[in-house]
Design a protein around this ligand. Structure first.
Ligand code: ARG
Length: 467
C-alpha cells in the first residue's frame, strides 16, 4: 500500500534520487546493518533464524556490490533503500525486519559519519607521510643557503632546511585538524530513529562497539540533525589544500628557467604538445588550482546547513557530493605533493649563488649599527643610503670605499676595525648564522627544530580516532 495515488514525476525522481552518488556508502551501510541486526537479535527483537537470514543476505548483497553485479532499479532512491530492497529479495520476510528500530535518518547520519571518520584518518596519515618527506629533504639539505622572500623580492637568506620545515609545521596543524574531524565523526548517531529515539530497549553501545565508534550521540535530535563532522573534515581539507597550493606555487616558481632552484621529477611533470624543450609543472600548478575547489565545497556545506530547522531535512542529502569530491581531490593532491617533494632535485649551487647577493645582508648591516648604539630607524636610513650608492654606481656593498662608508655611517664603520666589522657582516654565512633567536635560521636553531619535528612524525596527530 502507498498513500500516493499518482506516480512521481520523472524530473522529481531525478532531482530527489541520490543513488548515483551515495552508492559509494555501501560498505558503511552493510556494516551498520550487520551490527544493527546482531543487536536486534541480542535484545530479542528478531529471532536467531531471522538474524542468520539477514547476515547471509547482507553478505550476498555486499558481494554483488563489490563485484559490480548489483542491479540498481528505478525505484531505488538511495543506497539504503536499494540494499534493503535487494536484501528482502534474497532473505525473504526476514529482510523486512531489518528496519525495526531504525530510520533512514539515523542510518544516513551513521553512514556519513563512518565514511568521514575513515577519510579523516586517511588524510591524517597522508599528511603525516608528506611531513616525513619534508623532514627527510630538510635533513638532506641542512646547510644549503637560499634567499628568503617577502613580496617575492629577495629579503633575507635562510637555509633550505628551514624553509622546508615551515611546510612541515603547517602540515602538522592540518594533521591535528584531521584528527579532530575524525574524533567528531567518532560518536554514533544510530539508535536515534527518525528523531525521538525508538520504542525498543535497544543496545546502542553494542552497535557502537562493533562499528568502532568511541561513543554514542547522547541526544537523538542532535544525532539526526548533525553534520558538523562533514564541515570539520571540509574545513581541515580546505586549509590543508591551501597549504598545498602555496607549496605548489613555490615549486612552479622555483622550477622556472628564471629561478632554476629545482627540477621536478619526470613522473610528476608533463611535456608540451608543441614545444619539445618544455617540462611543465602541471602537478604543482594543480595543487594551486584544486585548493579553491575544496574551499568551495566547505562554503557550499555551510550553505546547505545554514538556518535548517531541526532535525533531518532533505537538504542534508547535499552533504555527500561535496564531501566525496573534497576527499578525492585532497587525496590526489596529497599524493602529488609527496611525490614531488620526494623526487624534486634542488639545485643547491643556484640557490647559494642567489643567496650570495649581498643586498640581502642589508638588515644585518643595520643591526651592526644598532650594536654601535645607532637607533634602528636611523640605521635603516643609513643602510638604505649605502644600498642606493652601490646600486647607482653599479657596485656591490663590499665594493664601497672606506671613505664612503665613513661618510654615511660615521664612527661605526671608520678605521680598520669598523671596516672589518662591515666586511665580516657581508660574508655569507654570517648573515645566516646571525639569526640565533629561537626558531631562527642559524644552524643550531634549525637543528633544534629538526629534533622537535623528529619527535612529532610518529605521533599520528590523534587520527587513531578514525580507525
Ligand atoms: N538519501 C537521503 C540522504 O542522503 C537519506 C535519508 C533520507 N531520509 C528521509 N527521511 N528521507 O540524506
Amino acid at each position: 500500500m502507498s498513500r500516493f495515488s499518482e506516480p512521481q514525476h520523472p524530473d522529481f525522481r531525478r532531482l530527489n534520487t541520490s543513488i548515483s552518488f551515495d552508492v559509494r556508502l555501501w560498505p558503511q551501510d552493510i556494516a551498520q546493518s550487520r551490527a544493527h541486526a546482531r543487536m536486534l537479535a541480542a535484545v530479542g527483537v528478531v529471532s536467531e533464524g531471522d538474524l542468520r537470514a539477514l547476515l547471509d543476505g547482507l553478505d550476498e548483497v555486499g558481494r554483488e556490490l563489490a563485484e559490480g553485479r548489483f542491479a540498481v532499479r528505478p525505484d531505488d532512491e538511495d543506497i539504503h533503500m536499494a540494499i534493503e530492497r535487494r536484501l528482502t529479495e534474497i532473505a525473504g520476510p526476514a529482510g523486512g525486519r531489518l528496519q525495526t528500530a531504525r530510520s533512514r535518518n539515523d542510518q544516513e547520519a551513521t553512514g556519513v559519519a563512518l565514511y568521514t571518520r575513515a577519510a579523516a584518518a586517511r588524510a591524517a596519515d597522508a599528511v603525516g607521510a608528506l611531513m616525513e618527506a619534508l623532514l627527510a629533504r630538510a635533513q638532506e639539505h641542512l646547510a644549503v643557503a637560499l634567499p628568503g622572500y617577502t613580496h617575492l623580492q629577495r629579503a633575507q637568506p635562510v637555509y633550505l632546511s628551514h624553509h622546508l620545515l615551515a611546510y612541515f609545521w603547517m602540515l602538522s596543524r592540518d594533521r591535528a585538524r584531521f584528527g579532530f574531524a575524525a574524533a567528531e565523526a567518532g560518536r554514533m548517531p544510530l539508535g536515534a530513529g527518525a528523531l525521538a529515539g525508538v520504542s525498543f530497549e535497544t543496545d546502542r553501545r553494542m552497535v557502537a562497539a562493533e562499528l568502532g565508534f568511541a561513543e554514542v550521540v547522547p541526544n537523538s535530535i542532535d544525532a539526526v540533525s548533525n553534520r558538523d563532522f562533514v564541515i570539520d573534515y571540509l574545513s581541515a581539507a580546505a586549509t590543508c589544500a591551501t597549504h598545498l597550493s602555496r607549496l605548489g606555487s613555490e615549486l612552479v616558481i622555483w622550477s622556472s628557467e628564471e629561478f632554476r632552484f629545482c627540477e621536478l621529477p619526470d613522473a610528476w611533470s608533463s611535456g608540451s604538445s608543441i614545444m619539445p624543450q618544455k617540462k611543465n609543472p602541471d602537478a604543482a600548478e594543480l595543487l594551486r588550482a584544486k585548493a579553491p575547489r575544496i574551499a568551495a565545497h566547505l562554503s557550499a556545506m555551510h550553505g546547505v546547513m545554514h538556518a535548517l530547522p531541526l532535525t533531518y531535512n532533505k537538504d542534508m542529502q547535499e552533504d555527500k557530493e561535496h564531501l566525496f569530491d573534497a576527499v578525492d581531490t585532497l587525496e590526489l593532491c596529497l599524493a602529488a605533493a609527496r611525490g614531488m617533494i620526494e623526487g624534486v632535485r634542488f639545485d643547491v649551487e643556484r640557490m647559494r649563488e642567489a643567496a650570495s647577493d649581498e643586498m640581502i645582508a642589508a638588515t644585518d648591516i643595520a643591526d651592526l649599527l644598532v650594536g654601535e648604539g645607532v637607533p634602528f630607524r636611523e640605521a635603516h636610513g643609513i643602510v638604505a643610503g649605502l644600498v642606493r650608492l652601490a646600486v647607482e654606481s653599479g657596485r656591490t656593498l663590499s665594493q664601497l670605499a672606506p671613505g664612503e662608508l665613513e661618510q654615511a655611517a660615521g664612527e661605526a664603520f671608520a678605521g680598520a676595525e669598523g671596516l672589518a666589522r662591515y666586511r665580516q657582516a657581508l660574508s655569507q654565512s654570517a648573515w645566516l648564522e646571525s639569526k640565533v633567536s629561537e626558531g631562527g635560521t642559524a644552524l643550531a636553531r634549525v637543528r633544534e627544530q629538526i629534533a622537535l619535528a623528529e619527535g612529532m612524525v610518529g605521533e599520528g596527530g590523534g587520527a587513531a580516532a578514525g580507525r
